[in-house]
Ligand binder design. Sequence first.
Ligand code: FAD
Length: 434
Amino acid sequence: MSDITILGSGMAGYGAAYHLTNAGQKPDVYDKNSYYGGHTNSYSYEGGFVFDEGPHISFTKDERMQNILAGFIDNQFERLQASANNYYQGHWIKHPAQCNLHGLPVELITQIILEFSQLTETDMSEIKNYEHWLRASFGDTFAETFPMPYGEKYHTTTASNMSTEWLGPRLYKPDLEEVIQGALTAETKDVHYISNFRYPSKGGFKSFLNKLPDYANLQLDHKLIALDPATQVLTFKNGKTLDYKKVISTIPLTELIPMIKGVPNDVRAAASLLSCTSCVIVNLGINAEELTDAHWTYIYDEDICFTRLSFPSKFSPQNAPDGCSSIQAELYFSDKYKPRTRECDEYIPMVIADLEKIGILKGDETITLKDAKLLPYANIVFDLDRAAALDTVQGYLRDIDIQACGRYGEWAYIWTDESFVSGEKAAETALSSI
Ligand SMILES: Cc1cc2nc3c(=O)[nH]c(=O)nc-3n(C[C@H](O)[C@H](O)[C@H](O)COP(=O)(O)OP(=O)(O)OC[C@H]3O[C@@H](n4cnc5c(N)ncnc54)[C@H](O)[C@@H]3O)c2cc1C
């Protein structure tokens, strides 16, 4: 048994449990859901379709994590070379757009290259926001045509209201030669940060968590509703209370903070400034062979309701019955910037109509599965409020000795492997202070 209690059984909770069990202290892991896995859950539908909670692929380049994850599924995974493309006003171009302009209108390409060739060195310390960074990196026309409208669909706020801390390798910065080559030919080298990926052969992405019960005493259907740092008591919705010594939490900070007894007003106010998108995923099972060569597609047009499409049947043949294929569309909202105005199911016909508009569906396929799900937490919005608000919240959590980790505990744009490592680090810190 461990003196450390873990809240949440997603990838971060798994990382923490893995570390503690390997240190000889198998922990109790509490989750509000009746299943474990958090965002890495997968859904198996009648008829043989499997969908994840948003497209999930494992593209970590960290060899240690690759080996850990492969071990969790006994090396039963698909190895795929990533293929991503972009849709813009009837044009299909390779990803990333900035060095794959081939196929776009000639005037647009000319203007983008002219501006790109005239860019001057910018002192990055003077960059004010994401919009400023985009204009300085790619020129006005490219910025205004591609990443700015896409960003607004994906992050739900304008580029001028966002910082650049989240960028990492996400937006490739080509040199002029690459931009010109990509305008002249569609045969360009692959430069996207996701070059290849792994995906479990069976059972969807969730299979990576099949061994979690070996590392954790799972306590499902336990929704935390109160945490008292003074008496060190956790209270769950089902009536259970628990004395704790150390807590690792992967619960979204915006929910955790208001649950803490005696939380100061400034911390509560800071937590309320943190923003995260929600996502409606629309899952479609199609009675037709693969509809595209891409694994996923970015959609720039504002009048197309979805931001990104992915094709789970291309991740593993086990994700769809023989002769069928599948599509998952993502539509983004946020309470702070773009509240959702419809029930999830109402987006299904809109998605189908827009798939026909862009030509992915021809209109003569049989759609054998239609489903929509809401992910209340999707991507952290790196708006200009985030950094200061997060400092206040994290400082307070350190003071009351709560280790917050994972995507919604760190309030960061981190992937599954990074969430796992975040959990491992939280466990290490908790163990070292017992
Ligand atoms: C649309 C989308 C696509 C993504 N694609 C990829 C990808 O391709 N590859 C990749 O590596 N990563 C991807 N990610 C990121 C990945 O999902 C996260 O990094 C990771 O799953 C986060 O794990 P976590 O444990 O931090 O959070 P979660 O999985 O959210 O776990 C938190 C857990 O806490 C539980 N919980 C919440 N509140 C309470 C409460 N009050 N009481 C008890 N339990 C509670 C939840 O039920 C949940 O199980 C994607 C994310 C999204 C949204």
